[in-house]
Design a protein around this ligand. Structure first.
Ligand code: BJW
Length: 246
């Protein structure tokens, strides 16, 4: 794989690197993306029936069971070379922050130390009524009920029409402002407001690098577009930029 020498120099000179990730980063672990034709979750299931507060109110059992299936899926997989390359970057650069749309926790399991989850985490539970976090749920209830108020417990992810967690969003904006280099990896960049981060990074004069096997709207804003799978491109890029250190 060949990389622009100017890009490699920018990476070596960077003190702070921000990596913004989407479902494509976990694809090589065996977790389906959302919008890839044939294999994406939304090719088989309707988002409106599963990933909205209205869907949960209408049919909590179906929604809970669908997320229970996805929970099992993520417990059975391992981080892939893309997650591991991002961890490795921490040894090469002063500060690396991961801003992820993924809810699978694989960046943390791989060992990334600073991860901002914009869309929550699949393994968290919260009460749909009082919004309190519920640490322990009863396995025999579908869905479980809240120990505080009796409301129905739901997965701690961000559904369509819901606000992103305020603290995560603020931290993401701060990270973006402070960064030297901004990677946009494995996301279709269709879901707002997350997709505004790369646009904002570019508008602030940051170096934006896009990694994706497919074309997305963010190809236009990135200075460097690296076409390929994250699990192949990221390790190759690290080897090229730090031949003796990675
Ligand atoms: C590889 C690869 C490999 C494959 N290597 N790459 C402005 C305009 C239009 C609409 C809106 C707007 N602002 C808000 C909206 C509405 C909506 C929205 O964006 N809709 C659009 C889809 C039309 N946004 C919202 O509703 C958000 N909330 C909101 O705006 O609230 C406002 C509000 C404010 C105050 C009070 C109240 C409300 C919330 C969005 C939540 C998104 N939730 C989901 C589900 C999470 C839970 C779950 O897991 O079930 O998050 S949807 C889904 O999409 C998931 C993802 O995080 C998100 C992004 O998907 P991602 O990661 O980009 O995946 P894909 O599949 O789309 O792309 C994969 C990519 O990987 C592809 O490009 C492949 O090519 C690539 N790839 N293999 C590298 N090996």
């Amino acid at each position: 794989m060949h990389f622009d020498p100017e890009l490699l120099e920018k990476l070596r000179a960077a003190r702070r690197i921000t990596i913004f990730t989407g479902a494509g980063v976990s694809a090589e672990s065996g977790i389906p993306t959302f919008r890839d034709a044939q294999t994406g979750l939304w090719a088989q299931f309707r988002a409106e029936d599963l990933a909205t507060p209205e869907a949960f109110r209408r049919d909590p059992v179906t929604v809970w069971n669908w997320y229970a299936w996805r929970r099992k899926l993520i417990r059975d997989v391992l981080p892939n070379p893309a997650h591991l390359a991002i961890v490795q970057l921490e040894r090469l650069v002063e500060h690396v922050i991961v801003i992820t749309q993924n809810v699978d926790g694989l960046h943390q399991r791989a060992g990334s130390s600073d991860v901002i989850e914009l869309h929550g985490n699949l393994l968290d539970n919260l009460c749909s009524e009082c919004r309190r976090s519920v640490a322990e749920i009863k396995d025999d209830e579908v869905p479980p009920t809240c120990p505080y108020c009796g409301g129905l417990v739901r997965p701690g992810v961000v559904w369509f029409g819901e606000a992103l967690p305020a603290q995560a969003w603020e931290r993401a904006a701060e990270a973006m402002d402070a960064t030297d280099v901004f990677f946009c990896v494995g996301t279709s960049s269709l879901v707002e407001p997350a997709a505004s981060l790369p646009r904002h990074a570019r508008a602030c004069g940051k170096t934006v690098i896009q990694i994706n096997p497919e074309v997305t709207s963010h190809d236009e804003i990135a200075q460097y577009v690296l076409r390929g799978k994250a699990g192949e491109v990221l390790p190759a890029l690290l080897r090229a930029a730090w031949p003796s250190g990675s």
